[in-house]
Design a protein around this ligand. Structure first.
Ligand SMILES: Cc1cc2nc3c(=O)[nH]c(=O)nc-3n(C[C@H](O)[C@H](O)[C@H](O)COP(=O)(O)OP(=O)(O)OC[C@H]3O[C@@H](n4cnc5c(N)ncnc54)[C@H](O)[C@@H]3O)c2cc1C
Length: 488
């Protein structure tokens, strides 16, 4: 389609001497970048978001008077100080500093999560603990590596057979929907913070009073749900002049030899075009590549199909009771229970209101085309009640109703060989002048919210009010992003 077919051609929101940046996506990285650009007076900003509100995967919504997230979300205290300062200032007394209180099911037994030294000594089933000990001693003996590196070889070398085969491998199959041997070694390095016995013991030791670093076992959480982080950045960005368009689905980027020219998007069934010389994209990188006009070369398009995400169904049970339990989240590594986690939002915000009602949120990794993806809410709800009971938890009493949400891009899947496909996309896109990809979906990074916010703050540090982007500096930041390891 050419511009002449378009129903609406626009001008950037206001004519100033500042450059104009169009941001695709209003998740934490999109709103974080918008806020920083306008706060620092570096650019005028238009944000295009296909949903009706901000927050992306880290958004919240209200269900029967309770603020719910898309699965258990907490802001880990390792947030870079500059970002923490902004969030504190914007949220004021709505920012809570909470203590983690979860449980994990290991070998049919519930133990505290994050792990505590005494639980490891006394609560783990003895045969399981002895096999881990034997693996640890065995690891002291020299071994020769065989075959290519993968998630399974890296973890087995670091942790031994027992923890891998009875904990990490089933969890990985459930989370990413593929066999651990098919996952790239990067998955173990970036996604598993306890990827060796030494690292696990160091993490556990951090729970010992006296050795506990500031923030261990704690997290930040806003009173109105995790999405309030994005909402406060959005409000501040809007107040400073950023223009947000909701229900605006990205369709294409028009470009020529000099770089990006315009963005096409659909809003309320109508196609619009907005001139743009700077486009910062936080939407899935494969979607962006498929929307390039003229089209990307065939090898780039084919690489886009090798960069895949795992989806997730969130099942919310609204219960007619004050509280389900005193634990904020339950983790289910074993495959016999299909959900990976169950959380109770009221506990995250220490809410007592509304009385006589609570919500349970279950995370069920799945993809379009899987039978559960098409299932009705009530069916998913009754299956969830069965799984809860099978895991030895009390049967949820008085289920008032069931609500579900589906995330198409919950987790990046690092299949063997994905690095090559990703760098094909990344290299090709980075040669287009004026185009930048960032955020969890843009850089295909299994990152926490504090990491994605760090990306948007870094991008703004590379931008100057004359519209120039410091690519050398961005390359150094990209190297720093490589060191991000996900916190659970
Ligand atoms: C189950 C789960 C639990 C998590 N728990 C934690 C946690 O405890 N702590 C933590 O820090 N992080 C957690 N995360 C990660 C956190 O959700 C992400 O780090 C964060 O959402 C990344 O923000 P982002 O802006 O980079 O991407 P996203 O949140 O994915 O935002 C991308 C945005 O782009 C929009 N978009 C997509 N396509 C289009 C289009 N065509 N047109 C316009 N807009 C489009 C989307 O609607 C979305 O708003 C969790 C994630 C999941 C899935």
């Amino acid at each position: 389609m050419t511009s002449s077919n378009l129903s609406s051609n626009e001008q950037p929101p206001c004519q100033t001497s500042l450059p104009h940046v169009v941001i695709l996506g209003a998740g934490p990285s999109g709103v974080g970048a918008a806020y920083q650009l306008v706060k620092k007076g570096l650019a005028t900003v238009t944000v295009l978001e296909k949903q009706g509100s901000v927050g992306g995967n880290a958004a919240s919504f209200e269900l029967d008077g309770i603020h719910c997230d898309f699965g258990s979300h907490r802001l880990h205290p390792v947030v870079p100080p500059e970002i923490m300062r902004d969030l504190r200032e914007l949220l004021g007394e709505n920012l809570l500093y909470q203590t983690r209180h979860g449980r994990i099911r290991l070998q049919g037994q519930w133990i505290h999560f994050p792990l505590k030294p005494l639980d490891l000594l006394f609560e783990l089933p003895k045969p399981f603990a002895l096999r881990i000990l034997a693996d640890t001693v065995g690891k002291i003996l020299p071994r020769t590596a065989s075959g290519p590196e993968s998630f399974s070889t890296v973890l087995e070398r670091g942790l031994g057979r027992t923890i891998c085969r009875e904990f990490y491998f089933p969890y990985a199959r459930k989370l990413w929907g593929v066999d651990p041997a098919e996952l790239a070694a990067t998955t173990a390095k970036k996604r598993v913070s306890g990827s060796s016995i030494g690292k696990i013991l160091r993490k556990v030791a951090k729970q010992i009073p006296g050795l506990k670093p500031e923030g261990a076992g704690r997290f930040y959480y806003p009173r109105r749900g995790f999405g309030q982080f994005s909402e406060c950045l959005y409000e501040a960005a809007k107040a400073a002049g950023a223009d947000f368009r909701f229900g605006a689905a990205f369709k294409a980027i028009e470009r020529d030899d000099n770089g990006v020219k315009a963005v096409r998007y659909e809003l309320a069934g109508k196609e619009h075009v907005i001139p743009a010389q700077n486009v910062w994209s936080t939407i899935p990188i494969s979607l962006l590549v498929r929307g390039m006009c003229p089209e990307a070369p065939p090898q780039v398009l084919s690489a886009a199909s090798n960069v895949a995400s795992r989806g997730m169904i969130l099942i919310y049970l609204v219960l007619d009771q004050d509280r389900f339990s005193n634990f904020d989240a339950y983790y289910f590594p074993e495959e016999s229970i299909p959900i990976s986690r169950l959380s109770e939002p009221k506990i995250f915000s220490s809410s007592v209101e509304p009385r006589g009602r609570t919500v349970l949120c279950a995370e069920l990794p799945s993809d379009p085309g899987c039978p559960e993806w098409e299932m009705k809410d009530e069916e998913l709800g009754s299956r969830l009640c069965e799984w809860i009971v099978r895991a030895g938890l009390p049967a949820p009493a008085h289920v008032k109703h069931v609500v579900t949400r589906r995330l198409r891009h919950a987790y990046p899947v690092y299949n063997q060989g994905y690095e090559e496909s990703f760098s094909t996309l990344d290299r090709w896109l980075s040669e287009i002048s004026g185009l930048l990809t960032l955020g969890r979906q843009g850089l295909f990074a299994h990152d926490n919210t504090h990491h994605t916010l760090a990306m948007s703050y870094a991008a703004v540090n590379c931008f100057s009010p004359n519209g120039e982007f410091d690519h050398m500096r961005w390359a150094r930041y990209r190297e720093e992003f490589e060191s991000h390891v996900v916190e659970d």
